[in-house]
Write a new protein. Structure first.
Length: 414
């Protein structure tokens, strides 16, 4: 029978690991800074922000998905019904709740500025189906968890190969489904976290004691070398002049265009720099108060992820439109200077994220961020899964008993 909910709620909670929370905290800070640099004029000319974005690049979404996979191993023990009700449900509900809000906030801002008409409902639905929006990571997490469940029946090495090959084959469709690029860049990292959790844990353990462990020191050296190699790979790509193309050997396209080749370069860079990203998270987790701050943010990433696009559209976009200021590099402080507005955007994203975090604590309204558990359905699928496990165990015992009986009979005849 299913475990009573009262007992489950009082089950002792294991101590949280510091480095995954710190990693997720760095991830959301990096995402917010990246989006701010895209909306504030001349933000890309502020060297400190450009450098910060480059440093955080391997710590942003790649590390986020590795950590997400690291804590998704329970999927390997779940039935499909349990997967949908206990995991995918909690990704898709906020996705379908918040993406229309994000779209209409952005569309309203652009409409008032004369940049175009308001977005239509069919356009919103199309964006949600394709994952072409700021909440794509929730869509990706839902798909990646389903992929993990499907691939758990295969050998781990084959699952990893398929996680690269299938998105790679679909790469020519990137223009129509951006999720193809997300799968190529992040699905293998997600699966590494889930299928090779023990290896990741061992790597973390050895790196932490690198100062007295030869193996840990070797891991550190290799990680740094791979990170430098990733930087050089990207620098080589950026140094190429003009738009690049390459012949494609498969049936679904003749050539890959520049943007698709860039996806390949970014994917390879993120694969080889992941060990260094984990090292950075470990260093950050050991930095005292700074680590505590990032861990707090990392434990509450969803409200910030969901709300910061709305904050940038309304609390920055409409305010700037109302004031009618021109923001230029080296402009007069504060209103015309990009640095002021970058700081302003960081503050308002934090404040709006805090408000949405508070919304999550209010009954019913909090379902916009964290939907309720479907206890009745969960109990049903738990019961079905347990009965299947009992039948499977009974069949195994019967086969073992039959095998034992055959062995004894053979001995008597001998």
């Amino acid at each position: 029978m299913a475990v009573p909910r009262v007992k489950a709620r009082h089950r002792a909670q294991p101590k949280r690991l510091a480095w995954p929370d710190a990693a997720k905290g760095v991830s959301i800070v990096g995402v917010v800074l990246l989006h701010i640099s895209l909306v504030v004029p001349d933000a890309d000319l502020q060297q400190w922000l450009v450098t910060t974005n480059k440093v955080l690049s391997p710590l942003r979404m790649p590390l986020f998905f590795l950590v997400s996979g690291y804590f998704s191993t329970k999927v390997l023990r779940q039935s499909f019904g349990q997967l949908m009700l206990k995991r995918v449900w909690f990704f898709l509900v906020p996705y379908f709740m918040w993406i229309p809000i994000q779209h209409y906030a952005s569309s309203w801002h652009y409409h008032l500025s004369g940049a175009g008409p308001l977005i239509t409902l069919p356009a919103v639905m199309d964006s949600m189906f394709r994952g072409h929006n700021m909440g794509w990571f929730l869509y990706a997490l839902a798909l990646f968890n389903i992929a993990l469940w499907l691939l758990k029946f295969l050998p781990r090495w084959l699952a990893m190969v398929l996680s690269v090959v299938i998105p790679l084959v679909c790469l020519p469709y990137y223009e129509h489904f951006h999720m193809v690029s997300k799968a190529l860049m992040y699905l293998p990292l997600f699966l590494v976290g889930a299928l090779f959790k023990d290896a990741v844990t061992t790597f973390v353990y050895e790196v932490r004691r690198a100062y007295r462990s030869p193996r840990g020191a070797i891991y550190v050296a290799i990680s740094v070398a791979l990170y430098v190699g990733g930087l050089r790979l990207r620098a080589w790509w950026d140094s190429l002049e003009g738009l690049q193309t390459a012949d494609w050997p498969l049936w679904n396209a003749e050539t890959l265009v520049d943007v698709e080749l860039l996806v390949l370069v970014k994917s390879l860079q993120q694969y080889i720099t992941m060990p260094f990203a984990i090292m950075c998270a470990l260093v950050l987790a050991a930095t005292g108060p700074l680590s505590w701050g990032f861990q707090v943010i990392g434990r509450n990433t969803l409200p910030i992820y969901l709300s910061h696009p709305v904050a940038l559209s309304l609390a920055y976009g409409l305010v700037r439109l109302r004031m009618g200021v021109d923001i230029v590099d080296g402009g007069a402080w504060p209103w015309e200077n990009p640095n002021f507005w970058i700081i302003y955007c960081v503050v308002i994203c934090g404040l709006v994220g805090f408000l949405v975090w508070g919304l999550n604590k209010i009954p019913v309204l909090g379902w916009f961020v964290q939907p309720p558990h479907l206890w009745i359905l969960e109990d049903h699928v738990d019961g079905v899964a347990e009965r299947r496990a009992e039948r499977r165990h009974a069949r195994q015992k019967a086969r073992q008993a039959a095998k034992t009986a055959e062995t004894l009979a053979a001995r008597r005849q001998g």
